[in-house]
Write a protein that binds this ligand. Structure first.
Ligand code: HQG
Length: 188
């Protein structure tokens, strides 16, 4: 079983469904590491131990997890649907951020703006390339430019998770602009 598939399962547990392995998160999203290891081994196809969990925390491509100081507790840095307070840092965003989504959501987004859906926050990317990757998870990707500086001026609160994802409660449609793909020039 690859580290990546274990990490995906840890995301599922630590962001959305701790009950799947019979554990709970505290109000700040922390799970007991030993309980999580036992829970994963008893309730999933994965087999983990402390060394594997430490390796995942250290090497995860998006730095999705953190330990507390003595490594007895673990939590996901962002992306939760479970209502926990991971002590996000409030931060002034750059003037522009980006959001990648699937083509099928565009009509609704143009009408309603970006909403968190099942998660606690709307996730925004620091650059177009990252947004494009996020969009591809949802089918044909569409990228929006987000006027985050203007939003901040207008009083919206932005947070940055410890793994550098920008988060905001909503993005009304007036702060969004679809990025038009530059088509290849047609030769005749
Ligand atoms: C869309 C991954 C219709 C929204 C990524 C998105 C990210 C609307 C989808 C992180 C809408 C929710 C989060 C509206 C928003 N109408 N659709 N009004 N407003 N949507 O997965 O941002 O690998 O919950 O555009 O890298 O795709 O898991 O959010 O397409 O950082 O660590 O509703 O997950 O990170 O989808 O992804 P998601 P997301 P990890």
């Amino acid at each position: 079983m690859s580290l990546e598939s274990i990490s995906k399962f840890m995301s599922l547990v630590l962001r959305h469904h701790p009950e799947k392995i019979g554990i709970s998160l505290d109000e700040h999203g922390w799970a007991n590491v030993e309980e999580m290891i036992e829970g994963i081994n008893q309730n999933s196809k994965h087999m983990v131990n402390k060394d594997i969990v430490e390796l995942i925390v250290r090497t995860d491509s998006k730095q999705r997890y953190s330990f507390n100081d003595d490594k007895t507790l673990i939590r996901a840095n962002q992306g939760h649907s479970v209502h926990v307070d991971v002590e996000l840092e409030e931060k002034t965003p750059p003037d522009i951020l980006w959001h990648g989504t699937g083509k099928r959501f565009v009509d609704s987004i143009d009408h309603n703006g970006l909403v968190p859906k099942s998660r606690l926050y709307v996730h925004l990317s620091p650059d177009v390339e990252t947004a494009e990757k996020v969009g591809k998870r949802h089918g044909i990707p569409v990228v929006y430019k987000v006027y985050s500086g203007k939003m901040k001026e207008d009083g919206y609160v932005f947070y940055q998770s410890v793994n550098k994802v920008w988060l905001v409660k909503e993005v009304p449609a007036k702060y969004l602009e679809k990025v038009e793909k530059q088509d290849e020039p047609v030769s005749d």
